[in-house]
Design a protein around this ligand. Structure first.
Ligand SMILES: [Fe+2]
Ligand SMILES: [Fe+2]
Length: 291
């Protein structure tokens, strides 16, 4: 079902990655951080996942319209956390969709922040809909919390019909050599020398993924917890909000193994062990003794 060949993709148009599921992003050749908004069309209804930033809106909306749907057919905007690279264009979506029944769906704690972008939509928390979104046809999206990877209310979304797991920032990547589908040369799978490429290549897509997680994720513990939960989901493809869609099982396995073995994720890059945080001078520092 997935179009896993990068060679014939026309990035000026929406890319159908599975039946009724489109990548509607902006292929910005200068950017080192590509954003991947997705559109799901189910009969007459549509839902946008992680719609994108304000500067990208014109291109994202043009691609949505190129699929043949009308703006009023968009029932819901789904945001897997509240960052501006996902949510910046909420006011633009509200203006063009122009319906009071438009739903913004996210985790309860993210909606606290998302409401600062929105003026007219109904806010629906994934908790209130029992972690499911149902289209009229019965097609169901399932939501799974991935707390602190990287936001308190982060979650991932599983489309049961296609098997695609939309992972937001998890499995994201930095890198200027971007392609929609993640490709790794066979000799690079299970590479044991990520510090010095055995083939002397300048660019390593695995290091791009690892660097992204080191900087964006909050901690080793949070990331491992999320990866453990993700492994329980029967996904067949991983579709992140940055970087490339991963469809190859060997590549998935290798990336999982690399991510769970990373020591320096988020705060762990800064503080190795809690015992390094010495508070023995606390009472002296905050003493009320005038002398
Ligand atoms: Fe983010
Ligand atoms: Fe992001």
């Amino acid at each position: 079902m997935l179009n896993i060949d990068n060679t014939n993709i026309d990035y000026e148009n929406p890319v159908e990655i599975a039946e009724g599921i489109y990548w509607v992003g902006f292929y910005d050749v200068k950017s080192g951080l590509h954003c991947n908004p997705y559109l799901i069309i189910d009969n007459e209804e549509a839902l946008v996942i992680d719609g994108g930033s304000r500067p990208d809106f014109a291109i994202v909306m043009m691609k949505i319209l190129q699929t043949g749907i009308e703006p009023h057919q968009i029932n819901a905007l789904l945001y897997q956390h509240y960052d501006p690279d996902l949510c910046g264009s909420i006011p633009n979506f509200e203006d063009i969709i122009e319906r009071s029944s438009l739903k913004i769906i996210s985790d309860e704690s993210s909606l606290e922040f998302i409401r600062h972008y929105s003026v007219s939509s109904q806010m629906i928390s994934i908790e209130d809909v029992d972690y499911h979104y149902k289209f009229s046809s019965g097609r169901t999206l399932e939501f799974i919390n991935t707390p602190y990877s990287h936001s308190s209310g982060s979650f991932v979304t599983f489309d049961q019909k296609s098997g695609i797991l939309f992972t937001s920032d998890i499995f994201g990547s930095y890198g200027t050599e971007w392609e929609l589908f993640f490709k790794l040369r066979p000799q690079c799978v299970d590479c044991v020398n990520l510090n010095k490429c055995p083939e002397n290549r300048d660019h390593c897509p695995i290091n791009d993924v690892l660097n992204f997680h080191r900087i964006i994720m909050t901690s080793r513990k949070a990331l491992k917890y999320s990866l453990k939960k993700i492994l329980e989901i029967p996904f067949t493809a991983l579709a992140p909000q940055h970087g490339s869609i991963i469809t190859d099982r060997n590549v998935m396995r290798y990336i999982f193994e690399q991510l769970i073995s990373q020591k320096d994720i988020g705060i762990d890059r800064i503080v190795e062990d809690e015992k390094d945080l010495d508070f023995s001078n606390l009472r002296e520092r905050l003493s009320t003794d005038e002398n």
